[in-house]
Ligand binder design. Structure first.
Ligand SMILES: Nc1ncnc2c1ncn2[C@@H]1O[C@H](COP(=O)(O)OP(=O)(O)O)[C@@H](O)[C@H]1O
Ligand SMILES: [Mg+2]
Length: 382
């Protein structure tokens, strides 16, 4: 089948759109990326989002308007990536505007019916609510796909996604069903915010980690930040902008403000690398290989620091496994969308804390009966 996966993460850098060819296999899926693009949010939408997200608060009217505007933006992204090709289904994650996993509260916006009408295809969406209803955090959901794509019979592996928030999946060799996963804390989010603040909004990231690479770590501040409560929580746990946005800067901003931009970024990059590596060692897991994805893979300094701290694990980008690192999450939601259409459970209770394994996702139907018949036929012959 031809599917579109749409993902827009906490970084607010835009909409990741993956056009994939997906075929069920004996165990898992064959997944081929046909085309991938990130469509940046336009300035008006970005401004509206930023002014509604924590620590701001939006009225119900603002939330409804965002739901509509995001739906239009997702529809444009889906249309652009499809570029005239017939699509069997779209899996749309939506833009998270609030996430409090411990309370089973999470909200992704982006009207799925705008997407359906834009590309004339069934849209699977709202992947997190079912897990929350089952007592889970609703996150992380990608570990299910990590296990399908990356687990190996011969070596222990971890998959690490360096998005705004960083998360990791443990993929033990002897038992691929034993995947566990959680959000480790900040990925790029704090670095992005620090750069934005220092540049008065002119820059949005430490491109390639060039600034951090010339900075010196403030060891005392790093130790203080690593003392944040989140890092000591035992999984399941998930986090977002609510914790690692401006509140975090409220706590440490004064000390960061005394550092040069280079030293501040070196310290924040080290916080990301250390919190990930500490989470691995605290779990008593000694992976042979770490498979990286997400925009943070472009930050050479962050990747080098992470590799140093994860040594002797072999650290490589997911393209070594045939999955381009920027496209991984959008591709993963295409897989979760297929599972929605099959009605198969696709959360990992060990990762989310849900009491049971449940089918995820809602469906905005377009010729749904035909689509489900195709799904059934494909699965029967896999
Ligand atoms: N060339 C680059 N150098 C450094 N960081 C980068 C680069 N490209 C992307 N990033 C980082 O990756 C982030 C986007 O990553 P992404 O995986 O899309 O995260 P999210 O899922 O939170 O949207 C950007 O905000 C930025 O911090
Ligand atoms: Mg992104």
């Amino acid at each position: 089948m031809i599917a579109v996966g749409l993902m827009s993460g906490t970084s607010l850098d835009g909409i990741d759109a993956a056009l994939v060819e997906i075929t069920p296999r004996d165990r898992g899926y064959a997944l081929d990326l046909v085309r991938f693009e990130t469509y940046p949010y336009d300035d008006d939408l970005l401004r509206a989002l930023r002014s509604a997200l924590p620590p701001q608060s939006g009225s119900v009217a603002v939330v409804a308007a965002l739901h509509h505007a995001l739906g239009q933006a997702f529809a444009r992204a889906a249309g652009a990536i499809a570029s005239g090709r017939r699509i069997d289904y779209v899996a749309s994650h939506g833009q998270t505007v609030w996430h409090d996993g411990a309370r089973h509260v999470t909200l992704q916006l982006g009207d799925p019916f705008a997407v359906r009408d834009g590309v004339c295809a069934t849209v699977c969406y709202d992947f997190r609510s079912a897990d929350c209803a089952a007592g889970g955090h609703g996150a992380p959901l990608v570990p299910y796909v990590d296990a399908l794509l990356f687990s190996d019979a011969l070596e222990d592996r971890i998959a690490i996604n360096l998005g705004g928030i960083a998360n990791l999946s443990f993929l033990p060799k002897d038992d691929p069903g034993a995947v566990t996963a959680f959000d480790t804390g900040p990925g790029n989010m704090l670095m992005d915010a620090f750069v934005r603040e220092r540049s008065g909004g002119a820059d949005t990231m430490d491109r390639d980690g060039a600034l951090a690479a010339t900075g010196r770590i403030d060891a005392e501040l790093l130790a203080a930040m690593l003392g944040d409560d989140y890092f000591a929580l035992t999984p399941p746990k998930s986090t977002g902008r609510e914790r690692f946005g401006s509140q975090f800067f409220g706590r440490y901003g004064e000390r960061l403000s005394r550092l040069s931009i280079e030293d501040g970024l070196a310290t924040l990059a080290e916080l990301s690398a250390a919190s990930i590596a500490d989470a691995v060692s605290k779990a008593g897991f000694a992976p042979h290989r770490a498979i990286l994805s997400g925009g943070g893979t472009h930050n050479a300094h962050l990747v080098a620091r992470l590799a140093a701290r994860l040594s002797p694990a072999r650290v490589e980008n997911s393209d070594a496994m045939g999955i381009p690192p920027d496209a991984k999450e959008a591709m993963a939601f295409a897989v979760l969308g297929y599972e929605t259409l099959r009605g198969r459970a696709a959360n990992v209770p060990r990762a989310t804390g849900a009491v049971s394994s449940v089918p995820l996702g809602a469906i905005a139907p377009y010729r749904l009966r035909d689509l489900l018949e195709n799904v059934e036929r494909e699965c029967a012959s896999s």
